[in-house]
Design a protein around this ligand. Sequence first.
Ligand SMILES: *Cc1c(COP(=O)(O)O)cnc(C)c1O
Length: 407
Amino acid sequence: MSRSILTMSGHSPSPAPVPMIDLVEQYETIRDEIHEAVNRVFATQRFVLGDEVADFEEEAAPYCDARYAIGCASGSDALLLSLMALEIGPGDEVITSPYTFFATASSITRCGATPVFVDIDPATYNLDPAAVEAAITPQTRAIMPVHLFGQCADMQPLWRLSVRHSLAIVEDAAQAIGATYSGRKAGVLGTVGCFSFFPTKNLGGAGDGGMITSDDADLARRLRRLRVHGDAGRYQHREVGINSRLDALQAAVLRVKLRHLPDWTRQRQENAARYVHLVDAHGLSDYLETPGCAPENEHVYNQYVVRVRDGQRDSLIEGLRAQEIGCAIYYPQPLHLQECFASLDYCEGDLPEAERAAAETVALPIYSELGEARQESVVRAMAEALGVSRNLRARSISLPDPEKRAA
Ligand SMILES: *Cc1c(COP(=O)(O)O)cnc(C)c1O
């Protein structure tokens, strides 16, 4: 028995390499549709806004269950334009998460307001509503929840706070297109919703792009004005806006990809379910915490982020890299500890759950086309890196019926 364990371990082949994301594979499935759309734009030579962008907005709004969708140049600008439209500026505070992509917080400082970081819920990595409540001051004007990794923040308590304290809610839904909370879509869970079409997002363009959703007609009109320098038409500037338009080429590509988004999202969800099964089957459940999904949420898995127990995150990453398995840390340094926010006076230890998440988590490949064989490679590589493989083989060898093994 012990001899056969050694033999089997000694011959374990390295799993095949798996990239963190492979955009080429997806592109190849829609190549003709994309080229047709791009050619259509070139034929008209109308590259900025125009019918292509208007048509995309008309198709994207219902996808998000929103009355209005306004295209813009990036997700970062979507956040900035939203705060501008809500007239948030110097002296105002916006409460947000420290555990997110940088643009969430920089949009607040770019309009002159002050980001107030509060801690996250360790199960979902999203804003902790109790911490939000505790941070409200007379200067607070808005809450900016981030639907991190593709799962909506816990909105019900945030709605109550927004009503009680007259606060706007600006959703950073950059990672969450199509996600739902209690059956309602990300992007219409607050005053405005902000999306990114950065190529690695679930709906990714051929470059930068963004969008704002809202059910408020006045706000939508204002956002359309702010994205073109505040021009109300015929060069009449009632307020100062910015140049943040969506390109027609981006809109044309996004219109094609939007048609496939439900299928791609379903594949991501299937991949996520398969990881749970594989992690368990490979005996890794004691080492890794797979992503929690709150019962009221439908998660769209822009990222699949696991928590690694017992301080083994960095050695796991090293082991995965050695086996050419893609992985990434989202995010290694919480925003309250970034040098550029030093003047806000946060210290290490102030927001312990965000800091712990930054130290303990790793994102695994989850792209739609990933599929079972590559996921098996990822999980086998993790077992190898964590030193679990040997024990598991010992267990699986002891399972078969001795009679059959002899035969
Ligand atoms: C991607 C992202 C953004 C910024 O979007 P860009 O289009 O890259 O400007 C903002 N917030 C979050 C949470 C993101 O993931």
